[in-house]
Design a protein around this ligand. Structure first.
Ligand code: PLP
Length: 466
């Protein structure tokens, strides 16, 4: 399988290189040159398979000869055995034809584990083969760093440095990162804010001379193709569990960077009957505004009860725009360069096509809390605020009651106790057993000044072979 850039100028790469590359050299994102397509008969034959075997069938065409079949199977078994439910992505029924797919049964209780647990293993495999080492550097405002750290904890050829703003993340969030102890895991608390952290990461990628040429930086953010690939699988899993592919499904997806829902769009293109895909956003609703009015316009960031969806631009949306423009890289380059300067629109017929592919909705904090309370009162089932946005949007956008509506449950409610409290419920979400002692575990992190030279010096002197 070859991968090409959405901006048309960077060289095409194989899977291994795409794994190690973040942004393409022309500023674009890598996408497969062509997608595998599965017949209904083939999909039907996967009914009842364990999750890791289904994952193999869906993903192997993307990986291909980069990893031999048996090694890839083993990697998938190990990855999904670490989840705390045998079904890996179990479905919970909310109403007669309405479901939540629990994607928070992994080690850090968020759907990002599906991809990052696998990504860590894939990276280590490829680096071992190449006798190479990388340093992963990333910034987090709290919620997403832990999944990356967990994903890399067993990697022999990867050191990971995650920057978070000192005293500006919640204690649960900090402890989820800092209690993962390993020689290759480095948490840095920067005396600054999230933007300071992010700027340091960006500048370090731009000039890696501080590493002295002995290792290189790698990114594991949501633009990494392997992350999207791993998220396609659970759309197949949910469908097969509910009578697919002989009936079509609707999915509602709490959306930030457009990675998770883009995977649903790909599942459909690969042959899975999906009749509706709902983009569910919080008040940071650039995608909903685009879908409703063909105007793609950045606004200032708002802080909401669903922080993992607090984004100004959705980076993976570029991958959809590429398809909407007949995979014309030049057109995408112009469009996104313009979008960085001000609002843009696309040709009307292209936008109408996008509206056929997706529905969308925006859900504010009040409606999020109302939904958490309503579902708890109806079912004694607690939703986290991100999933609640998905459920609300699913109900608002639903077109056909006969089609199963599945909301992707992206986080465990115990990660966001404040939102549960704000919804007026007195019930307290409980951390699952494997995390119950989180507050008693040893923490390890280093506090550094808001100064890039100091942070780079720390990294240069603390990675494994430094
Ligand atoms: C990352 C995240 C999202 C958004 O997913 P995207 O792929 O960025 O659209 C939604 N909910 C939770 C809990 C997340 O961590």
């Amino acid at each position: 399988m070859r991968y090409i850039s959405t901006r048309g100028e960077a060289p095409a790469l194989g899977f291994e290189d795409v794994l190690l590359t973040g942004l393409a050299s022309d500023g674009g994102l890598y996408v497969p040159e062509s997608l595998p397509h599965f017949s209904l008969e083939e999909i039907r034959s996967w009914r009842g398979l364990p999750y890791s075997e289904l994952a193999f069938n869906v993903m192997y065409p993307f990986v291909d000869d980069a990893v031999p079949e048996d090694d890839f199977r083993k990697m998938l078994e190990e990855t999904y055995a670490a989840f705390n439910h045998k079904a890996v992505a179990p479905l919970v029924q909310l109403d007669s034809n309405e479901w939540v797919m629990e994607l928070f049964r992994g080690p850090t209780l968020a759907f990002k584990d599906f991809a990052l647990q696998l990504l860590g293993r894939l990276l280590d495999y490829v680096l071992e083969k190449r006798n190479q080492h990388v340093v992963i550097m990333g910034a987090t405002s709290g919620d997403t760093g832990s999944a990356a750290i967990e994903g890399c904890r067993r990697c022999k050829h990867v050191d990971i440095f995650i920057l978070h703003p000192h005293e500006r993340v919640s204690e649960v969030q900090r402890r989820q990162m800092t209690t993962v102890l390993g020689d290759n895991i480095h948490n840095i608390a920067v005396r600054g804010n999230f933007d300071d952290c992010q700027r340091m990461v960006k500048d370090s990628f731009g000039n890696q001379s501080f590493l002295g040429g002995k290792t290189q930086l790698a990114a594991v953010n949501s633009i990494n193709w392997a992350r999207i690939m791993a998220q396609i699988v659970y759309y197949f899993q949910a469908s097969l569990a509910l009578g697919g592919p002989d009936r079509s499904m609707a999915f509602s997806v709490p959306t930030g960077n457009f990675g998770d829902i883009f995977a649903g769009y790909l599942a459909k293109k690969m042959g899975l009957p999906i009749s509706q895909l709902v983009i569910a956003t919080n008040r940071n609703d650039i995608l909903h505004r685009f879908m409703s009015g063909n105007r793609y316009e950045q606004r200032t960031l708002e802080h909401t009860l669903s922080p993992s969806m607090d984004i100004m631009v959705s980076s993976n949306f570029e991958r959809l725009l590429f398809d909407l423009h007949g995979r014309n890289g030049e057109a995408i380059k112009t469009l996104l360069e313009d979008a960085a300067k001000g609002p843009v629109s696309i040709e009307d017929y292209r936008w109408r096509h996008a509206r056929k592919l997706f529905d969308s909705d925006t859900v504010d904090d009040q409606a999020t809390c109302d939904t958490i309370r309503e579902i708890y009162e109806q079912n004694e089932y607690l939703l986290d605020p991100h999933t609640a946005i998905g459920v609300r949007a699913a109900r608002n956008c639903r077109r056909d009651d006969k089609v199963p509506m599945i909301t992707l449950g992206t986080a465990h409610p115990a990660k966001f106790p404040d939102a549960i409290a704000e919804s007026g419920l007195t019930v307290k979400p409980v951390l699952p057993a494997h995390m119950a002692d989180l507050f008693d575990r040893e923490e390890r992190y280093t506090v550094l000044d808001n100064n890039i030279a100091g942070v780079q010096e720390f990294i240069a002197s603390h990675w494994k072979n430094a």
